[in-house]
Design a protein around this ligand. Structure first.
Ligand SMILES: [Ca+2]
Length: 246
């Protein structure tokens, strides 16, 4: 006699439980970014961009929803998705360097604002340049002496062969009481694209501690040196002085 009542009770309990489980039905589905483009290429999360560049964010979310855009935690603007759920939103970088952390949320009518879809960009307005050189003493007739030259940041070089051509590199002595002597026989852009190694002649060249040497680099625009954001190297002549260290 009690079986139908137990069965009904279990059924009611199951219905109540089903209504409580799963994600909150009152929150809007989170939007998704599909492409972020700076006008010439697609950007990945964390990529650098130049100043004054318009970045277009394209994404999808629930149809006819409000998309809110936050920058570093503050509401910056909003747009809406169309009936197919697509949205685009643009932002132009300024002269302020640093990391810009964007967060996108969706809000459909009658529902709560969604969780955030995040994307960061690093604004870089400084063109690459040669920061320093370093020279280590070497023993005569030992391995060839080397001098390294460092950019301030990793670079992207269009024509590495031209960049490494000896016509554009020279080393001279500023003050060499120790008798340092260096003729560039090879210029090599190292992995990481921030350091260049200049190699001298192993038999006639030497670097002596305390001497001061000077590296000259002539820029040819066909080398097409840029930083990762796309700022162009533009110094016609770079001169770096370094003291030979032990
Ligand atoms: Ca830069």
């Amino acid at each position: 006699m009690k079986k139908p009542i137990v069965f009904l009770s279990v059924l009611v309990l199951l219905v109540v439980l089903a209504g409580c489980g799963g994600p909150s039905p009152s929150q809007t589905q989170k939007p998704q970014l599909i492409t972020v483009n700076d006008g010439s290429k697609n950007l990945q999360n964390g990529d650098p961009v130049r100043g004054g560049v318009t970045v277009t964010f394209t994404g999808s979310g629930p149809a006819d929803a409000i998309i809110r855009v936050y920058l570093n935690g503050t509401l910056l603007g909003s747009t809406t998705t169309n009936s197919a759920g697509s949205f685009t939103w643009s932002w132009t970088s300024g002269t302020t360097e640093g990391t810009f952390a964007f967060a996108f949320t969706a809000k459909a009518e009658e529902l709560l604002e969604s969780d955030q879809e995040t994307f960061s960009l690093v604004v870089d307005t400084t063109p690459p340049y040669f920061l320093s050189c370093s020279a280590k003493a070497d023993a005569p007739l030992d391995a060839a002496p080397t001098i390294t030259v460092q950019f301030n940041e990793p670079v992207v070089i269009g024509d590495v062969n031209l960049f490494e051509h000896l016509a554009y590199w020279a080393v001279s002595c500023v003050a060499c009481p120790g008798g340092s002597h260096f003729t560039v026989t090879e210029a090599t852009l190292e992995e990481g694209s921030q350091t260049v190694t200049l190699t001298g002649k192993w038999d006639t060249d030497q670097l002596v501690t305390g001497d001061q040497v000077m590296v000259h680099f002539i820029y040819n625009s066909l080398m097409d040196i840029k930083d990762r954001a796309g700022n162009a190297f533009s110094t016609p002549l770079s001169i770096l002085t370094c003291t030979v260290t032990p």
